[in-house]
Each structure stands twice: as structure tokens, then as C-alpha cells.
Design a protein around this ligand. Structure first.
Ligand code: URA
Length: 431
């Protein structure tokens, strides 16, 4: 089969066959197809697109390019969730134990901070002793034992995605819908779950800034997952402002614990209840999502979800006493308040900018330095809140001194208006 011909067909707007896509991708992973040939095909896909079937074939071959987790030893319907990435997104830390406490097994592979977005693995590693690099045996045995586990995805999960993503990054072909779908879903399929809830974010702090682009991504993720024989639904959630108040690592764990105790910020609680309800429904323990919502609230209010989180931490070597006293989490050496020099109502928050600042303070992976578990931002004023002159907008924290330039950047991230509506966290569902 001629790679030249596979590329030519896509450039001319024709469809590729299953066999052609398999030949191209496996050849590229083995080093038999030249990067310039793969780059030409990716550019052709960027311009011409892929049909649903082609997207599924690409996803499948990418998933099978590495280890496929076999979760069949775990009883029940295994449900996973995936977020397209955001600022202050601590949803997995809450919903994994919550859903597991209802008897739905959750085997969650997760990632680290990327760009302006945080990573669940980095957040959980701020818990003293907590281990995220579990072997496949440890991972499966823990889910069998306590109903959930969260581990960092190893290099052998969908290695084709790593090679293709790196080429897309160099050739300006990241923003192609079928390439994004195959990238996300190949890793999820390799994780071995039976059903998925996708949290597709839109807005300033999201990968997809426009709601209509996020909806197209959600629809394609759900359609392709169904072609793979999986149950799948998606929620569209706002990243027009940070989720909750905390952005960072240990600060986000502390906020997640508040939600697991039945409190916490309303937007985080609402999104977690919605996603949990869908996971409980897909997992077959409730017959509809209204019942799922009631069940999720009951598990938060009764302390069952919190108890499961305690078990999850202990099983992975962490100190579960942080649940009772969040001051046992690493504490910052430096804290600086960002003070408002005007009165008014917050109209917008430059969310991506706050994510980048949290990274600069040490919470992310943008520099050569190690991730600082104490670094982050506590956003005290959100969109629609009234602010008086001299009130605190946000608190910055880090293990290193915080300079005035960073404080100015955060202050400039809050835009004032005459009045501001409190924006809803959810903008729709796709199933
Ligand atoms: N996230 C991914 O995992 N892959 C993409 O291509 C884009 C976002």
C-alpha cells in the first residue's frame, strides 16, 4: 500500500479506508512512515476533515498502538469521566470517590498539568505520601478492593497519540476536530472503561473558547465512543471563570474536601452532582439522572463520599488525616493579597491568564522547576460579585517570594462593569 496514495486521497477530499489508516498510523509509530508524510496527511485532515467512520478507525488504531487496560476482573460497569481541561477543575477528585461510594467502580487514569490547565495527578500528589504511579496490578486490585483508584497514565498508553500530538504541535494542526477526538478518545479507550462522561469546557479558560466549538467536540466524542461500542454522554460546562475559588494543587484538594463534606462553592458542587448523576446512571445503579442527582447529594451529605476519599488516599500511601485537618496539607511560605483599587461589579475574569499565573507561581509545569504543591490562587470575587474599594480580590500563594508584576497581572484579570449576571456553570448536554 502506497503511503503517497493515502495522502493524495485525503488531500483531494476522498475518504481513506480502514486499512489505509491502519497502515499509515502503525507505520508512523514503527518509524516506517516518514514524519513529513504523516505531517502532510495531518494537514490534509485539518483541511478536509474525517468522516465519523474514519475518525473511529483512527481512534481505534491509536488506542491499540500501546497497552489496552483489561478491567474485566473488576465486577460491574466501569465508568470513567474526562475533562477537556480547565482552571480550578477539581471535579475528578470529588466524583471518583463519590461515584465509587455508590458501588460503581471507577478506574481512573489521569494526567499532569498542561499549559494553563492543572492536572489531577499533580493536585493529588500534594497530599503527603500519595502515590499516583501505580502498576496495572496495583491499580486493578485497588479498584476491586475499595471501588476506585486514580493513577497517572503511563508512557505505553496510546503511544501513537504522543508521536502524532508532537507532530501536530509543530505543524499547526492541533485545532482539528477529528484529530482532537481521536487523541482524547484513544487514551480513554486504552484505559478500558465501559462508559464515559465527557466534561467539555468552553470559554476563556478552556481549550475550546466558543460554545459552538465545544458542542461540536462533545457531539463527535459521544458519536465516536458509541461507534466503539461504549455508552457515552457529555456535559458542556463554563470556563468563563475559574471553577470554585481555588486554583493550584493543595488549595484545590482543600476545596474538594469542602465539597465532599457537603459544602464548598456552588458551581463546583453543581457540576460534580451533575457529572456524578450521569456516571451513576451509566453505571446502572439509578434508573434516571434525577435519581442520580438525589443519590449524589445524599452521598455528599451523609459523609459516604468523604469516607471513600479517605480510603482512596490511604490505599495509595497518602495521609488520610488531611481530610479532617486541611492544614496538614503543604502550606505556602508566601501569601500576598490582591487588593481592589476600585468599587464595582465583576463582569469578567481572564481565566486563562489566572491559570498561567498559577503556573508561574509554581503550580504548573511550564518551567524547569518542580511542581510546588503550595502554589496557587484563591479567587475570592467571582463574576457578578460586588467589590468595595480596598477589598481582597484574590490571594496568591507560593513557596517562593511573589513579585509585584504577578500581583498586577492578577489585578488586571478582573474586569469591572456596572452590573454582572452570575453565569450558569452548565450550558447543555449531549447524548
Ligand atoms: N487534549 C488531548 O488529549 N488531545 C488533543 O488533541 C487536544 C486536547
Amino acid at each position: 500500500m502506497l503511503v503517497y496514495e493515502i495522502i493524495r486521497k485525503k488531500l483531494d477530499g476522498e475518504r481513506n479506508t480502514h486499512e489505509e489508516i491502519r497502515h499509515l498510523v502503525t507505520g508512523f509509530v514503527r518509524g516506517e512512515v516518514a514524519p513529513e508524510q504523516m505531517a502532510a496527511w495531518l494537514a490534509a485532515v485539518y483541511i478536509r476533515g474525517l468522516s465519523d467512520e474514519e475518525t473511529w478507525w483512527l481512534t481505534e488504531v491509536m488506542a491499540k498502538s500501546g497497552r489496552m487496560m483489561d478491567l474485566s476482573a473488576i465486577d460491574g460497569i466501569k465508568v470513567d469521566k474526562h475533562s477537556t481541561g480547565g482552571v480550578g477543575d477539581k471535579v475528578s477528585i470529588i466524583v471518583v470517590p463519590l461515584v465509587a461510594s455508590a458501588g460503581v467502580p471507577v478506574a481512573k487514569l489521569t494526567g499532569r498539568a498542561l499549559g494553563h490547565t492543572g492536572g489531577t495527578a499533580d493536585k493529588l500528589e500534594s497530599i503527603p505520601g500519595m502515590r499516583l504511579n501505580l502498576s496495572e496490578e496495583e491499580f486493578i486490585s485497588q479498584v476491586k478492593h475499595i471501588g476506585c483508584a486514580i493513577a497517572v497514565a503511563t508512557e505505553d498508553i496510546a503511544p501513537a497519540d504522543k508521536k502524532i500530538y508532537s507532530l501536530r504541535d509543530k505543524t499547526a494542526t492541533i485545532a482539528s476536530l477529528p484529530l482532537i477526538v481521536s487523541s482524547i478518545l484513544s487514551k480513554k479507550l486504552a484505559g478500558g472503561a465501559d462508559a464515559f462522561v465527557f466534561d467539555v469546557k468552553f470559554g476563556d479558560g478552556a481549550f475550546m473558547r466558543r460554545l459552538e466549538d465545544a458542542r461540536a467536540l462533545a457531539e463527535s466524542l459521544v458519536r465516536t465512543a458509541k461507534l466503539a461500542g461504549k455508552k457515552a454522554v457529555a456535559v458542556l460546562s463554563s470556563m468563563e471563570q475559574p471553577l470554585g475559588h481555588a486554583i493550584g494543587n493543595a488549595v484545590e484538594i482543600a476545596e474538594a474536601i469542602e465539597v465532599l463534606k457537603g459544602g464548598g462553592p456552588e458551581d463546583v458542587r453543581e457540576l460534580c452532582i451533575t457529572i456524578s448523576a450521569l456516571m451513576l446512571w451509566l453505571g446502572g445503579v439509578v434508573t434516571n439522572t434525577d435519581e442520580g442527582r438525589s443519590k449524589a447529594m445524599e452521598l455528599l451529605n451523609s459523609g459516604a463520599a468523604l469516607e471513600k476519599f479517605r480510603q482512596l488516599i490511604a490505599a495509595q500511601g497518602g495521609d488520610p488525616s488531611i481530610v479532617d485537618d486541611s492544614l496538614r496539607l503543604p502550606q505556602p511560605l508566601h501569601k500576598v493579597e490582591v487588593i481592589s483599587d476600585r468599587a464595582g461589579t465583576i463582569a469578567r475574569i481572564a481565566t486563562k491568564q489566572l491559570g498561567l499565573v498559577a503556573g508561574q507561581l509554581g503550580a504548573g509545569r511550564m518551567g524547569a522547576a518542580e511542581v510546588d504543591p503550595t502554589a496557587g490562587i484563591v479567587v475570592l470575587k467571582k463574576v457578578g460579585d460586588h467589590v468595595n474599594f480596598g477589598e481582597v480580590l484574590a490571594i496568591l500563594q507560593s513557596s517562593k517570594p511573589i513579585d509585584g508584576e504577578i500581583v498586577a497581572k492578577v489585578k488586571a484579570s478582573f474586569a469591572f462593569g456596572e452590573s454582572g449576571e452570575k453565569p450558569p456553570i452548565l450550558a447543555g448536554f449531549v447524548q
